[in-house]
Ligand binder design. Structure first.
Ligand code: CA
Length: 733
């Protein structure tokens, strides 16, 4: 080899190396760009409402109109049957997934139990970082309905989350480092945040929950970059002696009676919001009264503004523009906090900008969103017993006598669980249909004549002390509806177009796609796709875990993905408890494509220990234990000690917990795991009675479990108990 050829070889190698380096740098830069979220702003979020920016999911409801309709159509009616799991991510926690993930330029941001935020590579599910806001576990007593979180918001380079203990936190979208944090709720009061923030014109809008504990509702706005508070709008009036924050509060106070402020009033803005950039109006949904019973809350009558109302506010200042009160003087735990969807529709021959909602009370409302005028209120629920119809002249419901349970107990449809709760509905502008995770359930309500206010516990003013030890199966209660459905509703014709029956209630939110599909997960563990036009099933997948959260669609690389959080949890799931086989599976995020190659690991075997014998106590003690259990324990550990798996099932405790039962219940031994202490309301004797009742239930369960048909027996047993406890279920969020 000559010197020249050697030099030429080296030169060529160097050139080759340089070209290689250049190309690999270019490739990594492209890859880095592809997986690095670029800034989110008003324009980008608004594009979603024009069916653009198809690859992303930039806000809780995808765009400001909260339609949850993805313009992606790679996955469609014909090929949906080929959907396969592409990846799954294990959150490491079983305490409930209610979220809707955000997807920004190839990165998924998803919130999980205890307000933890995960950033995942949306193509692979690989965790990029996680942010744990370290929510104080011992304050679990004030988190009404599970330690869940429904989602994050994005603006510029930040991701925003609300935490259970009332903080609003900005986190850098690329590093997961905290940028700022602010406490949005007063110290020592029973507020919590489970809802997703929204960002409008550089302001992060956040509400909160806590009506069952007697708080006063409000919504606040913070500067997205600095975290400074910009404005706050209260939804119910405070004590007039303290002065009113604005003229609307003074007007609202005229619709309340008695010393309502001592009960808090309620009206929390715990979930739904939407924004119209053209009208520049922010819409918020206001919740139920505190306590639920209006004769305790506002004893001499009144509409109790702005409970159960849609409010339109100016996003820059929080100034009031209009309101529409769906249910004046609500007394059933009804709310206007369910999904608000904005759309432009042909209404009676003209194009109207409308706002649509299908809240708990069972009526589907359409408002003109410029003025707040009611255009339509027709029942979408199978049975509505509290009102006969809406008077379209006044815009008010016509209540049915006796349904206010003032003089005598009343069977009410829907019960406060709602014909539709927080699980988001979606709208397909092509079919013109709304896809509602609907349910049908009634229950008996009765006045709590011994009402007393507990500072740390639920206060509803509805009698919920059920002696489940002595409960006999009531034929009346067994005849009530307890079923769910996926309901396709035509808002213009005001009628059902199709419906898929669900055996259970509390199913997940819905996703609409331009591939003419509707996706929904169910609380009994299926994730399925349906033809958006006629509801025929196109695909389903056994997810090994109940689904209550909401699916999203996005694209990265050349693939369309459908992703869904799989994990039970939250108020409804906890109270109803065993609706299907409880498994030991953590909450997971599952992502599907047409070419996926992943699979879920096998479900681990459950080991159920033999419970200690029932202590030798009188029937009265067991009854007392059952009543105390229903009042203080069943909200998390489930009706009749039947848990949903997200919270320990007390029938299946290991010996060590029986040995330390009172230390856990009275001394806070497990506070750091989220089990509150109850020594403010229970003494040793009542804790012992609860323990005896739990052991009675555990022994019944253990005997059933070794029966040949244990599963069908257990299910039947569980439903009978559920029916017996419907009075209790009326307390749900
Ligand atoms: Ca409530």
């Amino acid at each position: 080899m000559t010197i020249q050829s050697m030099m030429r070889n080296i030169f060529q190698t160097k050139i080759f190396t340089l070209i290689f380096l250049f190309l690999s740098c270019l490739l990594s830069c492209i890859l880095a760009f592809a997986t690095t979220p670029s800034a989110v702003d008003q324009q980008r979020i608004a594009l979603a409402d024009k069916n653009l920016d198809a690859n992303n999911w930039l806000s809780y409801g995808r765009g400001y109109s909260e339609q949850r309709h993805s313009p992606l159509e790679q996955i469609d009616n014909d090929n949906a049957r080929h959907l396969k799991l592409a990846w799954y991510f294990d959150t490491g926690n079983r305490k409930g997934l209610q979220g809707t993930p955000l997807i920004i330029d190839g990165v998924m941001y998803v919130t999980a139990a205890w307000s933890v935020l995960h950033a995942l590579d949306a193509a692979t599910g690989e965790e990029l970082w996680r942010f744990d806001p370290q929510v104080p576990r011992e304050q679990n007593y004030r988190y009404c309905c599970g330690v869940v979180n429904r989602g994050a918001a994005a603006w510029q380079d930040n991701i925003y989350i609300g935490t259970l203990d009332g903080r609003l936190i900005a986190v850098n979208s690329q590093t997961g480092q905290q940028v700022w944090t602010t406490q949005t709720t007063p110290d020592g009061e029973n507020y919590s945040i489970t809802g997703a923030p929204r960002v409008v014109k550089g302001k992060v809008i956040i509400g909160n929950g806590g009506s069952e504990y007697g708080v006063r509702g409000y919504v606040s706005a913070y500067d997205a970059l600095s975290g400074e508070m910009a404005w706050r709008f209260y939804t119910v009036p405070g004590n007039p002696a303290d002065g009113f924050e604005n003229p609307q509060m003074e007007l609202a106070a005229k619709t309340w009676t008695g010393n309502w402020w001592e009960h808090g009033g309620g009206g929390t803005v715990w979930d739904s919001m939407a924004y119209d950039p053209e009208l520049d109006l922010l819409y918020i949904g206001v919740g139920n009264g505190a306590p639920h019973n209006r004769y305790i809350r506002s004893p001499f009558g009144g509409d109790n503004l702005f409970l159960c109302s849609i409010l339109a506010l100016k996003p820059d200042t929080g100034e009031y523009v209009w309101h529409y009160q769906e249910i004046p003087a609500e007394t059933w735990d009804y709310t206007a906090t369910q999904t608000i969807i904005l759309a432009d529709i042909d209404w009676r021959g003209e194009k109207r900008k409308v706002l649509m909602q299908a809240p708990k009370a069972g009526f589907f409302y359409i408002l003109d969103r410029a003025t707040g005028k009611l255009l339509s209120a027709e029942p979408y629920a199978k049975k509505v017993s509290w009102a006969s119809h809406y008077d379209m002249e006044t815009g008010r419901p016509v209540e049915i006598e006796g349904q206010d349970y003032a003089e005598a107990p009343a069977m009410v449809y829907p019960i406060g669980i709602g014909a539709h709760n927080w699980h988001p509905m979606s709208y397909n502008p092509n079919t013109g249909l709304i896809y509602i995770p609907a349910q049908h359930i009634g229950g008996e309500l009765q006045q709590d004549f011994n009402y007393q206010r507990y500072p740390r516990h639920w206060n509803t003013g509805v009698n919920t002390d059920v002696d489940m030890h002595n409960a006999q199966l009531s034929q009346t209660l067994m005849q009530t509806f307890v079923e769910g459905s996926l309901l396709a509703w035509d808002p213009i014709k005001q009628e059902k177009v199709w419906e898929v029956a669900r055996p259970l209630i509390g199913n997940g939110g819905t996703l609409s796609t331009a591939g003419n599909l509707v996706f929904q997960g169910t609380v009994d563990g299926w994730f399925a796709a349906y033809d958006a036009r006629d509801g025929s099933e196109r695909w389903k997948y056994n997810t090994q875990n109940g689904i209550v959260g909401s699916p999203v669609s996005y694209a990265t690389g050349d693939q369309q993905y459908i992703a869904v959080p799989a994990g039970r949890g939250g108020g409804l799931s906890q109270i109803i408890g065993l609706q299907h086989k409880v498994t030991n599976v953590n909450g997971r995020i599952l992502a599907f494509t047409l070419t996926g190659q992943a699979s879920l690991p096998p479900v681990p075997e459950m080991q159920i220990p033999k419970p200690p014998p029932i202590p030798d106590v009188s029937k009265e003690v067991l009854s007392q234990g059952a009543i105390s259990y229903s009042r203080f324990c069943s909200r998390c550990h489930g009706t009749n000690v039947v848990s949903d798996g997200a919270i320990p099932d007390l029938r299946h405790l290991d010996q060590i917990w029986h040995d330390n039962f009172n230390k856990v219940v009275l001394e806070g031994m497990m506070e750091q795991a989220g089990m509150p202490r109850f020594d403010d309301v229970l003494d040793e004797q009542s804790a012992d009675a609860i323990h005896a009742f739990i052991l009675e239930q555990a022994n019944q369960d253990y005997q059933l479990r070794y029966h040949a048909n244990w599963w069908s027996k257990t299910k039947q047993w569980s439903y009978q108990k559920l029916a017996n406890a419907l009075k209790y279920l009326s307390e749900l969020q």
